[in-house]
Design a protein around this ligand. Structure first.
Ligand SMILES: [Ca+2]
Length: 243
């Protein structure tokens, strides 16, 4: 009896992975080395195809981005993923530094960053936290999450498109990154990007549900909520439309 109790405690503490779970962080990377068309709505579209065991959901997500050259304040980027009825959409960059008094945004050159909803600061106003003095920005940041057009976005614009949009989704299939440079002068290159997925078992079996308990139940509730609210964006023109 004591041994069984100890095993349950160990699973709850993450020491022993339950038999229905795939534990750990799974990283998928693409290195397109693509030049982003300057002063254009066309942008660059790059896709990562995730293959994964059936019966899992996204319980945690981070995104990394490596861009060199150009001007950071020119750039707009979003991540998109569709699984069944679930559509995930997160705005990663939306003209960092752009405000009513500085419509050009920050003139720094490049990003080598990670996006995480739980990071302490908003990427849009990163110089309030870290000033790269014209160089490459590093660190872990909250996504911009502003869904306003990059031609009219300000720091005061509403934020709603976070990475939490993907939680509860089946991780399999195409994850699409769109990056555009919407202001003339300066040319940026998308060197590479990656997604880091923390999976959890989909709480469909009693065994898994018992092991995962309230955590799994919470994710299922969130997934249903996202499905109810989902609207499918036009990947080629969404947000990159002049007002
Ligand atoms: Ca530019």
């Amino acid at each position: 009896m004591k041994l069984k109790h100890a095993t349950v405690l160990a699973i709850a503490a993450g020491i022993i992975a339950p038999p229905c779970a795939i534990a750990g962080v799974y990283t998928y990377t693409s290195s397109p080395g693509a030049i982003i068309p300057d002063g254009s709505d066309l942008g660059v579209i790059d896709t990562i195809n995730v293959t994964f065991a059936e019966g899992h959901i996204v319980a945690g997500l981070r995104v990394t981005l490596d861009i060199t050259g150009g001007y950071n304040g020119d750039l707009f980027a979003y991540l998109y993923h569709e699984s069944g009825d679930n559509v995930g959409f997160s705005v990663l960059l939306n003209r960092p530094g752009r405000t009513a008094s500085d419509p050009d945004g920050y003139p720094d050159t490049g990003f080598n960053i990670t996006f995480d909803d739980s990071a302490p600061a908003d990427i849009h106003s990163y110089r309030l936290t870290l000033d790269p003095n014209g160089g490459v920005l590093t660190g872990i940041w909250q996504p911009d999450a502003r869904t306003a057009s990059p031609y009219s976005v300000f720091d005061t614009s509403d934020r709603s498109a976070f990475l939490s949009s993907f939680l509860g989704h089946d991780p399999r299939g195409d994850w699409t990154l769109f990056v555009a440079d919407v202001s003339p002068a300066g040319v940026s290159t998308l060197n590479s990007w990656s997604i880091e997925i923390v999976p959890a078992p989909e709480p469909t079996s009693l065994a898994c549900a018992a092991v995962m308990g309230l955590t799994a139940l919470t994710w299922q509730v969130r997934r249903r909520k996202h499905a109810a609210n989902a609207t499918k964006p036009n990947i080629n023109s969404m947000e990159v439309t002049r007002d």
